[in-house]
Design a protein around this ligand. Structure first.
Ligand code: HSE
Length: 412
C-alpha cells in the first residue's frame, strides 16, 4: 500500500482529492498497487467532508511519517511551499506540485535534490492546467532539439481578452467574471500583468533548453493597458490580441518574453479562446506541434496533479529526462536585440506631420481604421524593426503625437 499526503485543500487540493477518490479503482490498476491519502494538510477547518479524519494542521506528521512516500504540494507561492518541498525531497519523498512560482524560482535546485535522493519532483500541473505538456516535452519530443516555444499560457487573460473581443465587455467586468469562475490567481495582477505566464514560459524554456531561466531575467508586459480601440484596430488588421509567452534559443543563449501581441486570424493561436491555453513547440524533427486544452480550473489542474502521483508511484528512481541545470543571468539575452513589427495608435498634434515622420522612421506603414476613430487619431503596423531602435524612435515621435497604444505583431 502506497501512502500519500496532500498539502493544501484549496481549489486544486480539493480537486486533487476528488479526482483521486473518484477514479481510485483505475488509478490502482495503472499503478499496480493499492494507494491511499493518509493526510490532508490545511490550516483551515473542514468538517462534513468524507475525509474529515485525514485533516491535519501541521507539517510534522507528514515529514516524520516513513509510510508517506509521495506528497502533493498544492498551496502555491514560495513560502512555506519551498521549505516543505525541499525538506520532503531531502527526506527521500517524491513531490508533485501545481506550484509554478516554486518551479520557476527553485526548479533547478529542487530537481537536483530529487536526483541526489533518487526520488521525483514532478510538476505537470504547473503549466497549462490539464494540458499534457511537461511530460510530452521531455519524453515524446525528446529526440528533438527544441529551439522555440510560444503559447497562450494564462487562462484568465485569455478569458478577459476573449470577452473584450467577442462581447465588447469592459476589462474590469471580464476580470470579475474570471475571478468568480475560479480562474484568476488570488492576486489577479499575477495574471493580468503577465507574471503567471512568465513563470510558465520559464518552466517550459528551462526544460526545453536545459538551463534554468529565472522570471527576473524575462521582459514582461501585461494586458491591463489594452483598450477597446486596440481590439478594434486589431480586427481591421485581421487578427486578435493574445497574451503570448515566448522563448527562443539563439546559439547557447535564450530570448524569453511575455507580451500582448497582434496574432493573425490565420494563426492557430488566434482561435484559442476563453480559458483555453495552447502551446506551440517547434522541434527540429517534428516541426510545429500544438498542445491545446483547459489551462486553468479545479478539475483540469487536479487531473495533472493526480497523473503525477500515478507516475511517481510507478517510478523506482528519479526521472533522468525531467531535469535542467542552474544558470546565470547571462543565459537570457536582452530582448532589444530582436526585430519586431509593432502596432501603434497615436493621437496627433498634426496628423499629416506625424504620419510623415512615422514613415521616415519605420518605412512603409500598414494603416488601420476603426469605426468612430477621432480626426486626430492614426493607427498602423510598422515594418520589422530592431526593438532598441524602435524605442529610440518612439521618443522622437512624441514631439508630434501621443502614443496611446503600442503592441507587438507576432508571426505564429
Ligand atoms: N490563474 C491561472 C490562469 C491559473 O488563469 O491560467 C492556472 O495557472
Amino acid at each position: 500500500m502506497i501512502k500519500i499526503a496532500v498539502i493544501g485543500y484549496g481549489v486544486v487540493g480539493s480537486g486533487t482529492v476528488e479526482v483521486f477518490y473518484k477514479n481510485l479503482d483505475s488509478i490502482e490498476k495503472k499503478i499496480g498497487d493499492k494507494i491511499d491519502i493518509k493526510y490532508i494538510l490545511d490550516l483551515r477547518d473542514f468538517t462534513g467532508t468524507p475525509y474529515d479524519e485525514k485533516f491535519i494542521k501541521t507539517f510534522d506528521p507528514i515529514i516524520n511519517d516513513d509510510e508517506i512516500s509521495i506528497v502533493a504540494e498544492v498551496i502555491g507561492g514560495i513560502e512555506p511551499a519551498y521549505r516543505y518541498v525541499k525538506s520532503l525531497l531531502e527526506a527521500g519523498k517524491s513531490v508533485v506540485t501545481s506550484n509554478k512560482e516554486l518551479v520557476a524560482e527553485k526548479g533547478a535546485e529542487l530537481l537536483r535534490i530529487a536526483r541526489d535522493k533518487k526520488v521525483n519532483f514532478f510538476f505537470e500541473a504547473s503549466v497549462g492546467g490539464g494540458i499534457p505538456i511537461i511530460r510530452p516535452l521531455h519524453h515524446c519530443l525528446s529526440a528533438n532539439e527544441i529551439n522555440e516555444i510560444a503559447g497562450i499560457l494564462n487562462g484568465t487573460t485569455n478569458f478577459i481578452l476573449t470577452k473584450m473581443i467577442n462581447e465588447g465587455m469592459a476589462f474590469n467586468d471580464a476580470l470579475a467574471l474570471a475571478q468568480k469562475l475560479g480562474y484568476a490567481e488570488r492576486d489577479p495582477s499575477a495574471d493580468i500583468e503577465g507574471y503567471d505566464a512568465c513563470r510558465k514560459i520559464c518552466i517550459l524554456a528551462s526544460l526545453a533548453f536545459g538551463k534554468h531561466i529565472y522570471p527576473k531575467d524575462v521582459h514582461i508586459e501585461g494586458i491591463s493597458s489594452i483598450t477597446a480601440e486596440d481590439v478594434q484596430y486589431c480586427d481591421d488588421f485581421g487578427g486578435r490580441i493574445k497574451l503570448i509567452g515566448w522563448a527562443s534559443k539563439r546559439d547557447d543563449k535564450a530570448i524569453v518574453m511575455v507580451c500582448p501581441a497582434f496574432i493573425s486570424d490565420f494563426s492557430q493561436l488566434a482561435s484559442v479562446n476563453d480559458v483555453f491555453n495552447a502551446i506551440l513547440v517547434r522541434g527540429d524533427a517534428t516541426g510545429d506541434v500544438m498542445f491545446y486544452g483547459k489551462g486553468a480550473g479545479k478539475l483540469p489542474t487536479a487531473s495533472a496533479v493526480v497523473a503525477d502521483i500515478i507516475m511517481a508511484a510507478k517510478m523506482s528512481d528519479s526521472s533522468k529526462s525531467l531535469y535542467w541545470e542552474d544558470s546565470e543571468q547571462a543565459f537570457v539575452l536582452d530582448r532589444k536585440l530582436l526585430d519586431s513589427k509593432f502596432y501603434l495608435r497615436l493621437i496627433c498634434k498634426n496628423k499629416v506631420e506625424a504620419l510623415k515622420q512615422a514613415e521616415e522612421l519605420w518605412g512603409s506603414l500598414k494603416l488601420l481604421h476603426r469605426e468612430g476613430e477621432a480626426d486626430n487619431e492614426v493607427a498602423f503596423v510598422t515594418e520589422s524593426i530592431n526593438e532598441y531602435k524602435f524605442e529610440q524612435d518612439c521618443a522622437l515621435i512624441l514631439k508630434s503625437a501621443e502614443i496611446k497604444g503600442k503592441i507587438r505583431v507576432l508571426d505564429y
